[in-house]
Design a protein around this ligand. Structure first.
Ligand SMILES: [Zn+2]
Length: 592
């Protein structure tokens, strides 16, 4: 050893000794143990398994429509993986309430082709919970844009053995803008400001929630609670105006009307002997969106197929020229009665505060036109990887860190609401008042119409925080405070080790449309990260293009590392995270 390296070595020893003497380096008021944080960053960024996890969850065990056989197989694989890592209490946790999932559904065969005037194959996907064809069938294509009973009446007796196009051919714009985007510094700065008030939230305003596709999908959108707040990058609802769990009656009424109208149209077509119906979306470029209504009655529903605008437009333009167009199809969909519906959980037990919980999560279910990589294998893989990182590094965790992977998010945050109702707090729907709209199916946990007082479970006071990932595959750029000002200074300090990964922004705004709302609705601290958009709205969200290729490995690694870091910091903080004042009454208490 030369003198020079000896000095360097001594300096390193002194530095290490200083670190050991004071592991909790107090930069602000939040102690941050940088030795542990650096272990987490090294494991998450250099030994990452997040893309391998994502591959299993997109290539092998996907798609995961809630109640489908693959949904269960994927859960069994995930539980086995958590056990392999040495996590505790890894298990499938069935819902206590079936939430309208009377039937599981899979598409087992799909063949669709034009046969006249020319033969060409037509890729497509049936809407969930719609029936298949009666074997190989063939018929002529007609255009019927009527939706109401009165408009449909003139078609009585004319539609037997026909395929129905249900809308005019959409115009498809060119890609004038980049398909993938990241937040600019200006956009992030804008996000930090208090948003302009919105006239009404949770309805069809741009960016109102992230759950719905553009317009009612085939088979009608599933009955789901409209979501308060804007999507990321959009002005959300000012926190003070957002009553947890209150859905505007107008939004509920609009949704109920839309669902009822779609069901009535299906019933009319079924009675008339229609072979099937087609829908599309204007984005074109081979992309279509998908949905489905788990409550639809197979006996009053026709095959409903989403196809790309290019194929749809070709059919519609030929029909408009009175050129006879004939399609043949063989579609086999399988219904399975009383399918298992559940969440998946696993945890790393804490030490001196083991009875208190830090929860990471995201929804496990997907739609079914593609593997659902960005919605939401990305969030599932990142949160599982976060637990793997914490377990592998062996960093100390005072509180128990648990992962919760929810079913039924796409049908209205059902799994997370079930979990909150079972473990933390529930609200019962109030008896319907005359003239009021009925609560949507599964209206538990503080959503969907008038609700009674909060009934608190013993664990209500044991949850420190819930962090959610469900905004695609983009890197984490910050966090939404969901109107909880008191956590802002804490998160600003916790972000410091992750600024170099691009996480710089704390916004008071709300974001909606996903599972943190189930916690927020009952006054528990639930947060969703701000993520770069990438191709979420342009290519992947609820489309046939949401595949492994749309995941960006660097973004995924950052996501998992930051989730692990925030879980670690929350698990070791002296106090639980501060909560917002409750604005809903609590059963047995005058207020809270
Ligand atoms: Zn999602």
């Amino acid at each position: 050893m030369t003198r020079r390296t000896l000095l360097a070595g001594l300096a390193a020893v002194v530095a290490t000794a200083a670190l050991l003497a004071s592991p909790a380096v107090r930069a602000g008021s939040e102690p941050i143990n940088y030795a542990d944080i650096n272990k987490i960053k090294a494991e998450g960024l250099q030994n990452s398994q997040v893309m391998e996890l994502a591959s299993w969850l997109t290539d092998v065990y996907a798609p995961r429509l809630t109640g489908s056989p693959t949904f269960l197989k994927a859960a069994e694989w995930t539980v086995a993986k958590m056990k392999e890592w040495g996590l505790a209490n890894a298990k499938i946790e069935p819902w206590t309430n079936r939430n309208g999932f009377e039937r599981g559904w899979t598409n087992d065969k799909f063949y669709l082709s034009a046969v006249a005037p020319e033969r060409f194959p037509i890729p497509g996907t049936p809407a969930a919970w719609t029936p298949g064809t009666n074997g190989l069938v063939s018929g002529e294509v007609v255009l019927v844009t009527a939706t109401t009973e009165a408009e449909l009446a003139p078609y009585k007796g004319t539609l037997r053995g026909k395929w129905v196009l249900t809308q005019a051919a959409p115009d498809v714009a060119a890609y004038w803008k980049p398909l993938a985007t990241r937040y600019t510094a200006e956009e992030l700065a804008e996000l930090e400001s208090w948003p302009a008030p919105q006239p009404e939230f949770g309805v069809a305003a741009p960016g109102a929630g992230r759950m719905g596709g553009p317009g009612p999908g085939p088979g009608a959108p599933a009955a789901q609670a409209p979501q308060a707040g804007g999507r990321q990058g959009q002005p959300g609802q000012p926190a003070a105006a957002a009553q947890p769990g209150i859905v505007p009656p107008a939004a509920v009424q609009a949704m109920m009307r839309g669902t009822a109208a779609a069901a009535a149209r299906h019933a009319f077509f079924k009675a008339e002997g229609v072979l099937g119906m087609f829908t599309t979306t204007p984005r074109g470029h081979g992309i279509y969106t998908i949905s489905g209504n788990r409550a639809s009655d197979p006996a009053a529903t026709v095959p409903a197929i989403s196809i790309a605008a290019e194929h749809y437009g070709r059919l519609a333009r030929m029909v408009a020229k009175n050129v006879p167009v004939v399609l043949e199809a063989d579609i086999r969909n399988t219904f399975t009665p009383d399918p298992p519906v559940f969440n998946v959980v696993g945890e790393i037990p804490g030490t001196d505060k083991a009875d208190e919980i830090v929860l990471l999560g995201g929804h496990f279910d997907t739609w079914h036109a593609s593997p659902g990589a960005t919605d939401n294998a990305a969030g599932v893989a990142a949160m599982l990887e976060a637990l793997r990182i914490l377990k592998t590094t062996g960093v100390g965790l005072r509180r128990t860190v648990r992962v919760g992977l929810w079913g039924g998010e796409e049908q209205g945050l059902l799994g997370s609401r079930e979990y909150v109702s079972t473990h933390f707090a529930s609200r019962q729907p109030l008896p319907a008042t005359p003239g009021a709209p009925p609560a949507p199916a599964g209206g538990r946990g503080g959503f969907g119409g008038p609700q009674g007082p909060l009934e608190l479970k013993p664990a209500y006071d044991k949850l420190s925080v819930y962090f959610n990932i469900d905004n695609g595959a983009g890197a984490i750029r910050g966090i939404y405070l969901q109107g909880n000002d008191a956590v802002g200074p804490i998160f600003r300090e916790w972000m410091e080790p992750f600024r170099s990964l691009g996480m710089t922004t704390v916004t008071i705004r709300n974001t909606g449309g996903t599972d943190h709302q189930a916690f927020d609705a009952v006054g528990l601290p639930g947060f969703q990260f701000i993520q770069d958009e990438l191709e979420y709205e342009t290519l992947t969200h609820h489309t046939n293009m949401d595949t492994y290729e749309r995941l960006q490995p660097n973004d995924m690694r950052k996501m998992a590392t930051i989730a692990a870091g925030f879980a670690y910091l929350a698990a070791n903080r002296d106090e639980k995270l501060p909560r917002k004042p409750l604005t809903v009454p609590v059963a047995g208490r005058g207020g809270r």
